[in-house]
Design a protein. Sequence first.
Length: 394
Amino acid sequence: MNTYHRLPVTFARGEGSWLFDINGKKYLDFSAGIAVNCLGHAYPPLVRAISEQAAKINHVCNYYQSDVSIAFAEKLVEACAAGGMRNVFLANSGAEANEGACKIARKYSLKKYGPGRHTIVTLRGSFHGRTITTLSATGQDKFHKDFGPFTEGFTFIPGGDLAALDKALDEKTVAGLFIEAIQGESGIVPQSAEFIEGAARLCAERDILLMFDEIQCGLGRTGTFLALEQYKAGGKPVKADVVTLAKGLAGGIPVGAVLAGEKTAGVFETGDHGSTFGGNPVAAAAGLVVLKTVNDPVFLKEIGRKGEKMMATIKSWNHPKVKEVRGRGLMTGVDIDCEAWPLLERGINKADSGSNGLLMLSAGPKTLRFLPPYTISDSEIEQGLDILRELLDS
């Protein structure tokens, strides 16, 4: 339906950190399908798991269970235990997971406090999805144009503003606070430690659910399995009431998850929620490979090291077109003093000149966003940054 502003390239295959177009031209991938292909392209263990599962069973109706989906759910909850998670509902996408989070928050407050306590507070600059309700939760006006009226009961505050947060978290009307520890779509914007600590304290004091959207920043992207693990409250690790995941959770196969902590683990009851393809066996098999690979301290440490290398290199240029570099792990935002989209096009066009192309993302008109595969090598990072510097110089 012509809904996408596409770049002029059509891909036929991928291998590791590289994609190849229909003419055989080669492109280094600094986008990973917007944080989806976290283990790169055609990752052999992932290919094997998907193929082997497809030869067994593709789908089971949710009247029943499959062995691989049970195993995936158990491993996922185990991986998210540091964030305080106890159980999980498997869905198809990030938007679906976020819808589930909103339903949990509203039912929790309704059952405990009665009607009227249903508002969910989110942050300006946030992005939570494209459905009507997740658009309602998204704190960016540009996504709202033409689609009202929206689901009522959402309000926005600026990130980092503790006074605004204190005022917004009215214990008589608010069910939950829904935040991204690092906002991806608005330019890789981390929340401050002080803001997260204040949010955790206020939510605990007022019995307002603390919910983290980790769809883009979770799954090891920032160097810890969940980005929220990097924050403390009262000297102790932050524990969430709800966490959502998707994107790279199955390395390229559609899957989403909403996880519940101690306070919310029993909120959903039989018939409260559902998803035809949720817990799909092929997605679960792929997800098990991702969890086994990513939820490893050595692997996570490497993600952090590679991200630091990327950011340090760009900063070391002192390039006049680079205004700011920020991020954590392999999640980097670069503010530039020129339009980002033409730079993305020129990165594609590099492949026409006999050299390799570079695939990048934008996050606003003058911000570049890099979300490369976790498996990217040091030499590939260097190659990509060499191309980036050439693009900035020209």
